[in-house]
Design a protein around this ligand. Structure first.
Ligand SMILES: Nc1ncnc2c1ncn2[C@@H]1O[C@H](COP(=O)(O)OP(=O)(O)OP(=O)(O)O)[C@@H](O)[C@H]1O
Length: 272
């Protein structure tokens, strides 16, 4: 059986706040390790949601499962009401789910523009297999890449190679490569890891700008202060389970979150 996948444009197809993605009783076990164990959640359209949790609590595994890179032990997903629990990972981007990874994954021998173009080419694969790209396709691709570079503040850097950019800028290229696909949902795995304070603030601002454009986002991030500033909604995980869900201030004040996350991190600086 084939599943017909349709590329969607980023304009919201439903009212803000309705569920764009639903995760139902998700479990991912690696042998005896219950990396994710019975997580059920909805991601609200047009909002920025975040997942907090100490190291090893299952955040990255959850993102991996949502993008179908990590096989499920149990559970299901719906995106825009469509069950996609069994589609191949390469089809997830075509559904409208883009992502960045915990570590930078750029091709060093390609320019910034060419790296971003790769993201577009992934989606262009939804063109009928028998039709070569024509000049209109190429113009549309160029315009989409230029727009993604502008939205991420990379205009003027497109001819450089990743190795010539700061770490913060390399992460921006990854975000550009994800948003050039016009995702309806952008998943960001530790987007500010390894950045200095200025770079973290810049990335936080970029997320807020993308939210203003209506882009739904799910962020996994250890910088609690940034998550409280940027997110509309927070989930907290511990030992593979969801232990809290709510407004950022409610979640960081939740006693179970304090104990699981802030306690283990030995860092209670948001508690003042
Ligand atoms: N491929 C795998 N094989 C075996 N165990 C794994 C695998 N991937 C993750 N785990 C384990 O699953 C648990 C959850 O890991 P995961 O990376 O999802 O946590 P995390 O919350 O993202 O942690 P961090 O914040 O350190 O990135 C950990 O105990 C981890 O060691």
């Amino acid at each position: 059986m084939t599943t017909e996948l349709v590329r969607r444009e980023p304009d919201p197809s439903g009212p803000e706040g309705t569920a764009v993605l639903t995760v139902d009783d998700l479990a991912v076990h690696f042998g005896g390790i219950k990396a994710v164990d019975g997580v059920t959640l909805d991601l609200a359209r047009g909002k920025v949601s975040g997942i907090l949790g100490p190291n090893g609590s299952g955040k990255s595994t959850l993102l991996g499962a949502i993008t179908r890179l990590t096989p499920l032990t149990r559970g299901s997903f719906r995106f825009e009401g469509q069950d996609y629990s069994h589609v191949r990972p390469e089809e997830v981007a075509k559904l409208g789910i883009g992502r960045t990874f915990q570590t930078v994954r750029l091709l060093d021998d390609l320019t910034v523009r060419e790296n971003v173009q790769l993201g577009h080419d992934l989606i262009a694969g939804s063109r009928p297999w028998w039709r070569r790209p024509d000049s209109a396709d190429r113009e549309a691709a160029d315009a989409a890449v230029t727009r993604a570079l502008e939205r991420t503040g990379l205009a003027g850097k497109e001819g450089l190679r990743p190795g010539q950019l700061s770490y913060g800028l390399q992460r921006r290229v990854e975000i550009a490569r994800a948003i050039v696909m016009s995702p309806k949902l952008l998943l960001l795995d530790e987007p500010t890891a390894g950045m200095n304070r200025f770079e973290r603030e810049e990335i936080g601002k970029l997320m807020s700008d993308l939210r203003s454009e209506g882009l739904t986002q799910l962020i996994v991030e250890h910088d609690v202060a940034m998550m409280v500033d940027v997110c509309d909604h927070l989930f907290a995980m511990n030992s593979g389970q969801l232990i809290a869900s709510g407004t950022p201030t409610d979640v960081v004040r939740d006693p179970a979150v304090r104990e699981a996350y802030l306690g283990k991190q030995g860092n209670d600086d948001r508690d003042s």
